[in-house]
Design a protein around this ligand. Structure first.
Ligand code: M6R
Length: 608
């Protein structure tokens, strides 16, 4: 999940490459680099860490040249240092790569025997040497590149620059996305349309197995066997403006505060706020009433959204849901019901495991739906039906507004399914829709609790371990709370079903292990109170997030209590997500971590 870019232009390309890389930094920020060709000489600048380090290097040592490639890295093979930063060079070739070359060991041995000296620990460097070795054997650059692609196993989006071709970049896609941008006397390659938005909105997406020759005035696309291909150019809606933080210190906080508005946009896209009816089911390519089971697959936060949706589909539509993290689902060899419905949830729409699961279900003859935020993404393009989240660009690596928008779509979809299956009456539908339309108002109320959560964060920032507990839809939310905290504060956190604590995790409870309990006053509130009693009896410190009714009925000593307004059940996972996010955010700020770009992570995970 690196980001790659290439430009064959009519002006000095280094500043343009950096501009494109800024838009790709969400894919990784372990190192960055650019290479250009000037007067028949390949030059590169590479820097460890964020893109800003490369920018500084380019100010000190500028690069000229009208053709070039660039890369921002999320390390897979080899530590994040300058030697492992792309572009990688070999003789007359420079290469940038997103993906993993699975047979790199065998290729490396073969190339070392031929005398090639490796200067990095990456899998990518074999590609550079392989192309160079075929050039040395006398092949033309295009043939050398094509022969190289035929030797590679694994996933790749590649851009290759040749010392002896000052008007050409060769690109290839097998797995991770690669887009061609069509300009005026200038053409481009990029991991996505957003990277190319400042230059052009005319975009052609390569399909798996495609490779392409990009020249200043011409673009050619071929399939794996070298047959010319016509791929349709589209007009991309990606904006060329870089989103800014507004008055907020971090993107994450800005995105947390956007939630009332983006939830409202998303809900009103699927629900009629006037008649209180759902119109999501009107144009579906399948009938919910005829489906026996549904499969949901996703990763990370999107998976937790799916887990919450499982409760909703089963409760409101009596539709059994199988749900898996995508990295397991794709290899689980699950029998697929013909005509079944499989739903994939992804903010980026590019997550490799989710995409692979989608393709597995598609081949199995299932109807494919996707809840996605990026409408031009591969997952969106390969689905039969798209349920958009209208969250807008999410920049913070920790997902916040995308999550609550995913829940907004999934709740609307569950109601539509319940209606279609005859489980929900017209009155039930109207009541649930009316309740959902209140989400933005409750979200605003939750944001008012920020100062209280910041106070609690001072205590959380002192611990090394923490548990999150919840029941029903608040159990997946507990896992989401734990994920949010660990990814941005690096505190070890786990989410459990409250009733499961006594089966093992309770052994961890002592005065150094706070327990966040998410417990609105619902039909099983008393059960959760009993679980809190068990924690308190063992000296555990409880941070309770409940509502006014829960607060008045709670009988357990708590160290901290956050009191939310009373609200309908269907809203609790959407609205209780906000205090969970704010607690993680403030803990990370107090600890001084890089909130928007936490270590080791990337926003879009395009490797398995
Ligand atoms: O783009 P996706 O929604 O497919 O991404 C899935 C996960 O990688 C993502 O939710 C990840 O867990 C976030 N960093 C969580 O905040």
């Amino acid at each position: 999940m690196c980001g790659i870019v290439g430009i064959v232009g009519k002006q000095s390309v280094a500043p343009l490459l950096v501009d494109a890389l800024k838009r790709l930094e969400y894919r990784g920020y372990d190192s960055a680099g650019v290479a250009t060709l000037e007067n028949g000489v390949l030059n590169r600048r590479r820097a460890q860490g964020k893109l800003v380090n490369l920018e500084k290097k380019l100010i000190a040592e500028p690069l000229n040249g009208f053709v070039g490639i660039g890369h921002t890295r999320w390390a897979t093979h080899g530590v994040p240092n300058v030697e492992n930063a792309h572009p990688h060079f070999s003789d007359n070739v420079a290469i940038v790569h997103n993906g993993i070359i699975e047979n790199f060991r065998a290729l490396r041995e073969e190339l070392e025997k031929k005398g090639y000296v490796f200067t990095s620990q990456t899998d990518t460097e074999v590609v550079a040497h392989l192309v160079a070795s075929y050039l040395k054997e006398g092949l033309e650059p295009i043939k050398a590149a094509q022969k190289t692609f035929q030797r590679l196993e694994g996933a790749y989006a590649l851009a290759i620059l040749f010392k002896d071709a000052d008007d050409m970049i060769i690109g290839a896609r097998n797995g991770p996305p690669l887009a061609i941008g069509h300009g005026e006397g200038e053409n481009y390659l990029g991991s996505d349309a957003i990277a190319l938005a400042p230059f052009t909105n005319k975009i052609t997406y390569l399909e798996d197995g495609d490779w392409c020759i990009i020249k200043k005035d011409n673009v050619e696309i071929f399939d794996f066997d070298g047959n010319p291909q016509e791929r349709i150019a589209q007009t991309s809606a990606s904006s060329s403006f870089l989103v800014d933080k507004g008055n907020h210190r971090h993107f994450m906080l800005k995105e947390i505060y956007e939630q009332p508005e983006v939830m409202s946009h998303t809900l009103s896209h699927y629900l009629d706020f006037g008649t209180c009816e759902s119109h999501i089911g009107n144009d579906l390519p399948f009938d919910f009433a005829k489906i026996d089971r549904m499969a949901i697959s996703a990763c990370g936060t999107a998976y937790y959204a799916g887990l919450i949706a499982k409760y909703w589909f089963e409760k409101y539509a009596r539709l059994p849901v199988d749900i898996d993290v995508a990295s397991e689902f794709r290899y689980r060899e699950m029998p697929l019901p013909k005509n079944g419905f499989a739903l994939f949830i992804s903010q980026s729409g590019e997550t490799a495991d989710t995409l692979a699961s989608l393709r597995y279900c598609k081949e199995g003859g299932m109807h494919i739906g996707a809840v996605v935020n990026v409408v031009e993404s591969t997952i969106a393009r390969e689905s039969d039906v798209i349920f958009r989240t209208l969250a807008g660009p999410e920049i913070g690596v920790a997902s916040t507004k995308a999550f609550t928008c995913q829940l907004s779509v999934l709740a609307s979809l569950a109601i539509a399914a319940g209606k279609a299956r005859g489980v929900l009456s017209d009155e039930d539908e109207k009541r649930l829709v009316r309740e959902l339309t209140e989400a933005p108002r409750y979200a605003n109320a939750a944001l008012k609790l920020e100062k209280d959560l910041e106070k609690i964060a001072h205590d959380v920032a002192k611990v090394r371990h923490i548990l999150y507990l919840g029941r029903d839809t608040n159990f997946p939310l507990a896992m989401e709370g734990a994920l949010k905290l660990k990814e941005i504060s690096y505190i070890h956190a786990e989410g459990y079903p409250a009733g499961e604590l006594k089966h093992g995790p309770i052994a961890l409870i002592d005065e150094d292990m706070p327990v966040v309990v998410i417990a609105p006053h619902d039909s099983i509130f008393e059960k959760t109170v009993s679980n809190m009693q068990e924690v308190a009896a063992r000296g555990g410190r409880i941070i309770l997030i409940t509502d006014e009714k829960g607060a008045s009925l709670n009988s357990v000593d708590t160290e901290h209590m956050i009191v939310m307004p009373n609200m309908p059940d269907i809203l609790t996972p959407l609205i209780y997500a906000l205090p969970i996010q704010l607690l993680a955010y403030h803990t990370a700020v107090i600890m001084g971590t890089d909130v928007d770009q936490p270590r080791n992570l990337a926003k879009s995970v395009t490797v398995e």
